[in-house]
Design a protein around this ligand. Structure first.
Ligand code: PEP
Ligand code: MG
Length: 537
């Protein structure tokens, strides 16, 4: 039995499928002779060039010339006779083609990474791409299409990037298991949104589990059983059935009003990452969208979505939600959320770095594209804007100025739009401590306990060594929440919570007592959150 962190509730039973990085152990590969190896290398290079040319063409059509030219650059780099001749020399000295590629590319990567210039550094990551592709071709490794795995698959990987997780097909994936990540890592959040059981931070999972082995993943206790015996299989099949039955019984809460037993009205909203998640929200009786994590629109592509593409996404959600509130959070990037084409610089402390509202205020055009798209979409529903990671008043003032600028640009061009309310996430101790001042400046608050817990406790969300300190029930975090709610109440503005703690049944009674208005949770937690609120007296 392997132990990990319970990342998403449920029991997953199925066959293991490993998503592994390409192996760099070439010792088992057989070196026949230099001619054969050079032949293999040349064929791989030719295939790489042909495939990349075709890809560059299609990228130019889908995303524009600039993005396609990056791939043209890869072809040029590999066509450089110096690079190829270095690989051939290594083959002459007895290396298999894979190792020759690895060695020469690493030499270039080290050389480019050492230069203190962004463009040159970027070339290092281009070479890394070339290296991975060539080695994949040489070793015949096929990349797994996550969206097309067979039913009853338990996926195992070192980590699931948000873009990998967003390709998961919940009908076929019984569970996911990772070697890193904590309860509020973005892959865990997405797994919960899709109702896929997940066990995270299982040390050496990709080494201890083999492809095709039968796996039981317990998303409540964070346990993984490899090749369960018949008693264990029987026990977990029963538990799975009981859990699914209990989930079924919660359905009586779909159309119930969210009101405490003593008659206080509350609202249960949902957090989404993609427009299509909205259907899941409505199926579960969500009363609004308390957090639209727009960064997911920016993932899985080669360039940022245009204003029009974003307008489509936001207006679709607004229309489907049919006048129920839709709180759109502006791009929250950086920290653990990387988007390669935005070329965010590597930082020593990314969680304390150039992320979220800080990044947007320094990347005006990107920010303004998003704001204009939101303002235009606002015509179609009840949209609000929310700023992430606010730490000081100046950020709110600056964002307000930009919103006014965007409104003016739209009206100058006679483009229809609607002004919207502006709120901030309270997810840093600094925002909590000035929440009385912020409450005078904005229309609403939403408490982001995922980051707030991390920053208050000074603990990294994803580090298994310190994750026991990552607890929203710690007195300091509770005081921060209470203080924020008090300040919102004193200023007469609504206050919600969109961090994972909003669905924590240990905390819900306190949140009700303090006066939280809106609980925004992952769609699969809507019903149990409503049940807990309705049962509170
Ligand atoms: C939070 O920090 O609580 C939050 C909701 O934002 P995210 O998890 O997307 O950082
Ligand atoms: Mg956050």
């Amino acid at each position: 039995m392997l132990k990990g962190i319970a990342g998403s509730q449920g029991y997953g039973i199925g066959k293991a499928l490993l998503i592994t990085d390409i192996s760099t152990d070439y010792s088992k590969l057989k070196y026949t002779d230099a001619k054969t190896e050079k032949n293999r290398l040349q064929k791989a290079v030719d295939r790489f060039i042909n495939e990349t040319k075709a890809l560059a063409e299609s990228v130019k059509q889908r995303a524009g010339d600039k993005e396609g030219e990056i791939l043209d650059g890869h072809i040029m780099m590999l066509s450089d006779p110096f690079m190829l001749s270095q690989m051939q020399e290594n083959i002459d000295s007895g290396m298999v083609a894979e190792k020759a590629v690895d060695t020469v590319c690493n030499m270039f990567i080290d050389m480019f990474s050492a230069v203190d210039d962004e463009l040159t550094k970027q070339r290092a990551s281009d070479i890394k791409d070339i290296k991975d592709s060539l080695i994949k071709i040489l070793s015949g490794a096929k990349s797994i299409d996550i969206s097309a795995v067979p039913a009853g698959t338990v996926l195992i990987a070192k980590d699931f990037t948000p873009s990998m997780t967003s390709q998961l097909n919940k009908e076929n994936v019984s569970a996911i298991i990772t070697e890193v990540g904590g309860i509020t890592s973005h892959s865990a959040i997405l797994a919960r949104a899709m109702g896929i059981p997940a066990v995270l931070s299982v040390i050496d999972a990709t080494k201890k589990i083999s492809n095709g082995e039968m796996i039981v993943a317990d998303g409540f206790k964070g346990k993984v059983i490899i090749n369960p015996n018949s008693t264990e299989l029987d026990e977990y099949t029963k538990k799975q059935t009981a859990y699914l039955e209990q989930k079924e019984s919660l359905k009586t809460y779909i159309n119930k009003e969210t009101i405490t037993a003593s008659g206080v009205k509350k609202a249960v909203y949902a957090n989404i990452g993609r427009p299509e998640d909205v259907h899941n929200v409505l199926q579960n009786g969500g009363e609004g969208i308390g957090l639209f994590r727009t960064e997911f629109l920016f993932m899985d592509r080669n360039s940022e979505p245009t204003e029009n593409e974003q307008f489509e996404a936001y207006s679709t959600v607004a229309k489907v939600m049919d006048n129920h509130e839709v709180i759109i959070r502006t791009l929250d990037i950086g920290g653990d959320k990387d988007i390669p084409y935005l070329n965010i610089e590597k930082e020593d402390n990314p969680f304390l770095g150039h992320r979220a509202i800080r990044f947007c205020l320094d990347n005006r055009e990107l920010f303004k594209n998003q704001i204009r798209a939101i303002l235009r979409a606002a015509i179609y529903g009840n949209i609000k804007i929310m700023l992430p990671l606010v730490t000081c008043l100046e950020e709110v003032h600056e964002a307000k100025k930009i919103i006014i600028e965007c409104e003016k640009e739209l009206s100058d061009k006679n483009i229809e739009y609607k002004s919207v309310s502006l709120g901030v996430m309270i997810e840093t101790p600094s925002a909590v401590l000035i929440s009385d001042i912020l409450a005078q400046e904005v229309d609403f608050f939403s408490i982001g306990t995922n980051d707030l817990t991390g920053y208050t406790m000074a603990v990294d969300r994803g580090n298994p060594k310190v994750c026991r300190l990552y607890d929203s029930m710690q007195p300091s975090v509770l005081r921060a929440i209470e203080m924020t709610i008090n300040h919102a109440k004193q200023a007469g503005i609504p206050v919600g919570m969109c961090g994972e703690a909003a669905a924590d049944t240990r905390l819900i009674p306190k949140l009700i007592e303090w006066g939280l208005d809106e609980f925004s949770v992952t769609p699969s937690s809507i019903l149990q959150t409503r049940k807990a609120i309705c049962e509170y007296n």
